[in-house]
Design a protein around this ligand. Structure first.
Ligand SMILES: Nc1ncnc2c1ncn2[C@@H]1O[C@H](COP(=O)(O)OP(=O)(O)OP(=O)(O)O)[C@@H](O)[C@H]1O
Ligand SMILES: NCC(=O)N[C@@H]1O[C@H](COP(=O)([O-])[O-])[C@@H](O)[C@H]1O
Ligand SMILES: [Mg+2]
Length: 392
């Protein structure tokens, strides 16, 4: 039971991070009459445009984060990105605030080391071999141990920022420089991972709710420079692969706990499934569920975190998503080609409304359904190719 938004008895959700994924979470929360507060480090972020109100703060600053949460007193704190002062969330949780799915889940997944050590060393999930390094010198030693090719990433980054494939020992310095420029915090630590020659990679959306743990059909995807370009659902997998994938998803999400939707990233190889990483929140590749499922990943997340039942998840049709990315850094821009994109059958578009473009920044996505995944992929790709960004 709760009151209307903005009334004394309203139920309040505060999103920490207000990008395209948070925007859809806000929309779903408002459908259930929830009061929504969007927070991010810049003005005019997508979720801010649909929330009841918003705040701009540096979310990595624990004191500012605490002050805002104490001012707003939300019923649920919902992290939407990794770059948050998660130790402050852990303290606030101990003081009685509810963090989604749990403060520990957001602390562990904020840096690659926390989640990788939990998955591999504590839970025994199969992952790529890995090493950590804090300096160029240590990186040379780590690469020598892992061998080339290997993947080098800042421990704190997302959407492929600062990530590179190091193909020869001579490439180590270039990878170090890419990581130092692309990482998020002042932290110089990187992870070196064995390069996995996977056949395909998937996201297994896994929901923990009052009704137990449920899985969406697997989402296949293609990434370029560490960021997603295209995704589809369902991804064809053998029964053994599905059983292994669900087992891994169950193991990691049980360990992280709480209520909410998780995006479990897995590599499918000729000799089995590898755990890659997990988001304790809706996943970018899961935007396809807006075209495929009766309840999208965003609707599922909101239901789960409110403690509401999820009796089943129905895949209504095969579908696909294809992203539109900017290729320049600029404030003034316009997105065009919408009529052409929407002339493609079975297609919808989401324009995120980000106030500025940056090289590689995701600005919109095309979503298509089809009789088969192949058909849906072709339609989504065609629709996205009709969208344009002009910088005049
Ligand atoms: N060890 C690896 N071997 C082969 N490919 C890899 C490896 N690690 C990452 N990749 C490729 O790079 C992509 C991005 O890696 P990862 O998910 O670790 O980065 P991220 O910055 O956390 O991205 P996001 O935030 O979008 O999930 C993977 O989806 C995969 O395509
Ligand atoms: N892979 C994670 C991911 O897709 N996160 C989504 O991108 C936004 C940041 O976008 P921006 O960098 O363009 O501001 C985040 O707020 C989230 O919605
Ligand atoms: Mg990833």
């Amino acid at each position: 039971m709760y009151g209307a938004p903005l009334s004394k008895k309203a139920k309040k959700i505060m999103l920490l991070g207000s990008g395209e994924l948070g925007k859809e979470v806000v929309i779903e929360a408002q459908r259930l009459g929830i009061e929504t507060i969007a927070v991010d480090r810049y003005e005019g972020a997508p979720a801010m445009q649909v929330a009841h109100r918003s705040h701009v703060i540096p979310m990595l600053d624990g004191d500012k984060l605490r002050a805002l949460i104490e001012q707003e007193r939300p019923d649920l704190i919902v992290p939407e990105i990794e770059a948050i002062a998660t130790p402050t969330l852990v303290e606030l949780e101990q003081e009685g605030y509810r963090v989604i799915p749990t403060a520990t889940a957001s602390r562990l997944t904020m840096d690659r080391e926390g989640i990788r050590r939990l998955a591999s060393e504590t839970l025994g999930l199969r992952t790529a071999a890995y090493e950590f390094a804090d300096s160029l010198e240590e990186l040379h030693a780590a690469v020598a141990k892992i061998g080339t090719p290997c993947v080098i990433k800042p421990i704190m980054s997302s959407s492929g920022k600062g990530q590179s494939v190091c193909r020869t020992p001579e490439g180590v310095e270039a990878s170090w420089n890419i990581a130092m420029e692309g990482g998020r915090a002042k932290n110089a630590r990187v992870i070196v991972e064995e390069f996995i020659h996977f056949e395909s990679e998937i996201t297994l959306l896994t929901v923990r709710s009052v009704s137990g743990t449920t899985y969406c059909q697997p989402i296949g995807h293609i990434q370029k420079d560490g960021d997603y370009i295209e995704s589809w659902q369902p991804h064809a997998m053998s029964e053994q692969q599905i059983a292994d994938a669900q087992h891994m998803a169950r193991t990691i999400t049980d360990a992280l706990g709480g209520y909410g939707l998780y995006g479990v990233e897995l590599f499918l190889t000729a000799d089995g499934v590898y755990f890659s990483e997990v988001s304790p929140r809706p996943h970018d590749t899961g935007m396809v569920t807006m075209a495929t499922q009766d309840l999208s990943e965003f609707a599922l997340h909101v239901r789960a975190i409110l403690g509401l039942p999820i009796t089943g998840i129905r895949l209504l049709t095969p579908g696909a998503s294809y992203t539109l990315k900017a290729d320049r850094e600029q404030v003034e821009h316009q997105i065009g080609g919408l009529a052409e994109a929407l002339s493609v059958p079975n297609t919808q578009v989401r324009i995120f409304g980000k106030p500025e473009t940056k090289v590689g920044r995701r600005m919109a996505v095309a979503l298509s359904s089809g009789a088969t995944v192949e058909e849906a992929r072709a339609l989504a790709k065609e629709a996205a190719s009709k969208l344009t960004i002009s910088y005049e």
